[in-house]
Design a protein around this ligand. Structure first.
Ligand code: GDP
Ligand code: GDP
Length: 436
C-alpha cells in the first residue's frame, strides 16, 4: 500500500514549500478539497517509481489557546491517516514554545514522528540542529526545502521503513474476484449505491481494524463471478465505529482506487461535475485503473433536462472517453444492474492477455495505413510490439527514433489498439523503445 506522509508544524516553517518540492512534478492531484478538509492539502509524489502521498496540514500555531481543539479539528485526521509524521521546525528561528507544545502533543498521540529542521541554507547546520536536541526526537533531518537540499535522502530514509509494494502478479488469475472500489465526494450516494449493489447478494464482510483510512472489503458472488467491493463509505461498519472527524477521507479514497481493478466514480447529477470530481477522476486515470463513471440521483432530474445534461456531462468527461458513463438512481435502484456489464468489460480489458503476434500485426497495419512522420529526413520505424503488463494494459513498441514519435501518432496507435482489441473502460499505455 502507498505510504502516507503528513507535514506538520507551526506556520512559516516551510511546510508548503516542502509539499511543493515533493509533489512538484505531479500536478494532477494537488487537490484542494475546500470546505471538506479546511486547510489540508493532499498531493501525490514519487520517489523513483514508488508513489507516496503527502499531506500538508496547513499551519497549526501552538501559541493560541486550546491547541487540542486545533489539533483535533484540523490536523488530527491527517496525523491519523499518516504512516509517517514529519514535524517541521525553522533552523533560523530556533526552538520556540510553540514547537515544544506541538512535540508534546505528537508524543501524546503515540505517533512516531521525524523532526525536520528546515532552512539550513546559509546557517551552520550543526549549530542549528543542536538547538532542537532538547525536544528529544531521535530521528532528525536537516534540510533546505526551498533548495531541495537533503530532501530526497530524507524521503528515502523515511520510505525505507515501509515494505516495498509487491510486484503485481504477472498474470492475474481469471477466476479471482474483481475488486471494485466505490468512490466519490461526500453525499453523492456511495453508501446508497453500496447497499444497492449488495442488496441481494451473498455477502461476506471482513471485520477489519477500524481506522479512518481503511475501506471495508466485502466479498460476494453474482452470476458466477466473484467480486470484492471496496467500500470507502464504510456502510457496513458505521454502527461499531466511533465516527472520526469526517467520514470522508481522501487517503482512504486514493488507497481504494489503487487497490481496485475497476473504480466506480460516483457523481451527483444535481451538482454536475465539480472540481473534486475532476481531481478524483484525474487520479483514477493516473493510477491506470479500470473506470466506470456513475452519475447518480438521475431520478431527480426533470426529463426535459436529461438530454441536455447528458451531452454536457459527456463533453466535459471527454478526456476519460474510454470509460462508460451510467446515469442511475441508487435510491430507486434504476440502472444499477447495468453497471456490471461495464465493470466486467473494464476488468476483462484491463487483464486481457495480449499476444506479441496480435500486437505486432496491428502495429504493421497502423504503419501501413499511416506511416509515422520523417524526422531529420529519416522515417521513424516501428518494428514490433509486445505486452509489457496488465491493469492497465501496457503495449511496448520497438523501433528507431521512437523518442520522436509525435503525441498525435501515439494517440492514433492507442485508439487503434483499443478498437482492434476491444478494450474498454481501461487506460491503454504505450511505451516506445529504441533498439535494433
Ligand atoms: P508554511 O506556512 O509552513 O507552509 O511555510 P511556507 O512553505 O509558506 O514557507 C514560509 C517561508 O519560508 C516562505 O517565505 C518560504 O520561502 C521560506 N522557506 C521555506 N523553506 C525554506 C528554506 O529551505 N530556506 C529558506 N531560506 N527559506 C525557506
Ligand atoms: P455518501 O456520503 O456518498 O455515502 O452518500 P449517501 O449514500 O449517504 O447519500 C447522501 C444522500 O443522497 C442521502 O440522503 C441519500 O438518500 C441521497 N441519495 C443517494 N442516492 C440517491 C439517488 O439516487 N436519488 C436521490 N434522489 N437521492 C439519493
Amino acid at each position: 500500500m502507498i505510504p502516507v506522509i503528513a507535514l506538520v508544524g507551526r506556520p512559516n516553517v516551510g511546510k508548503s514549500t516542502l509539499f511543493n518540492q515533493l509533489t512538484r512534478s505531479r500536478d494532477a492531484l494537488v487537490a484542494d478539497f475546500a470546505g471538506l478538509t479546511r486547510d489540508r492539502k493532499y498531493g501525490e509524489a514519487r520517489l523513483g517509481s514508488r508513489p507516496y502521498v503527502v499531506i500538508d496540514t496547513g499551519g497549526i500555531s501552538g501559541d493560541e489557546e486550546g491547541i487540542d481543539t486545533q489539533m483535533a479539528g484540523q490536523s488530527l485526521q491527517a496525523i491519523e491517516e499518516a504512516d509517517a509524521v514529519m514535524f517541521l521546525v525553522d533552523a533560523r528561528e530556533g526552538l520556540n514554545a510553540a514547537d515544544e507544545a506541538l512535540a508534546r502533543h505528537l508524543r501524546q498521540r503515540n505517533k512516531s514522528f521525524y523532526l525536520v529542521v528546515n532552512k539550513i541554507d546559509g546557517v551552520d547546520a550543526e549549530v542549528a540542529t543542536s538547538d532542537f536536541y532538547s525536544l528529544g526526537v531521535e530521528n532528525m533531518f536537516a534540510i533546505a526545502a526551498s533548495h531541495g537540499r537533503g530532501v530526497t535522502s530524507m524521503i528515502e530514509e523515511v520510505l525505507a521503513q515501509f515494505p516495498e509494494p509487491e510486484a503485481p502478479a504477472e498474470e492475474e488469475d481469471p477466476y479471482a474476484s474483481i475488486r471494485v472500489a466505490v468512490v466519490g465526494r461526500p453525499n453523492v450516494g456511495k453508501s446508497t449505491l453500496v447497499n444497492r449493489l449488495l442488496g441481494e447478494e451473498r455477502v461476506v464482510v471482513y471485520d477489519q481494524p477500524g481506522t479512518t483510512r481503511d475501506s471495508i472489503y466485502i466479498d460476494y458472488e453474482r452470476d458466477d463471478q466473484l467480486y470484492t467491493l471496496i467500500d470507502t463509505a464504510g456502510v457496513r461498519r458505521r454502527k461499531n465505529v466511533k465516527m472520526v472527524v469526517e467520514k470522508f477521507s481522501i487517503v482512504k479514497t486514493l488507497k481504494a482506487i489503487d487497490d481496485a481493478h475497476v473504480v466506480l466514480l460516483v457523481m451527483d447529477a444535481h451538482e454536475g461535475l465539480v472540481e473534486q470530481d475532476m481531481h478524483l477522476l484525474g487520479h483514477c486515470i493516473e493510477a491506470g485503473r479500470g473506470l466506470v463513471l456513475v452519475v447518480n440521483k438521475w431520478d431527480g432530474i426533470e426529463s426535459h433536462q436529461r438530454e441536455w445534461m447528458k451531452t454536457e456531462l459527456q463533453r466535459r468527461l471527454q478526456f476519460a472517453e474510454y470509460a462508460d458513463t451510467h446515469f442511475i438512481s441508487a435510491l430507486h435502484g434504476t440502472g444499477v444492474g447495468h453497471l456490471y456489464k461495464s465493470i466486467n468489460a473494464a476488468h476483462r480489458s484491463a487483464t486481457k492477455k495480449l499476444s506479441t503476434n496480435a500486437l505486432t500485426r496491428i502495429l504493421e497495419g497502423a504503419v501501413f495505413d499511416h506511416p509515422p512522420p520523417l524526422v531529420n529526413g529519416r522515417r521513424i520505424k516501428l518494428r514490433y510490439a509486445h505486452a509489457g503488463g496488465q491493469n492497465p494494459p501496457l503495449i511496448v513498441i520497438h523501433g528507431n527514433q521512437t523518442g520522436k514519435v509525435p503525441a498525435s501518432y501515439q494517440r492514433y496507435l492507442e485508439k487503434l489498439y483499443r478498437r482492434k482489441l476491444d478494450l474498454t473502460g481501461t487506460p491503454v499505455r504505450i511505451e516506445f523503445r529504441t533498439g535494433e
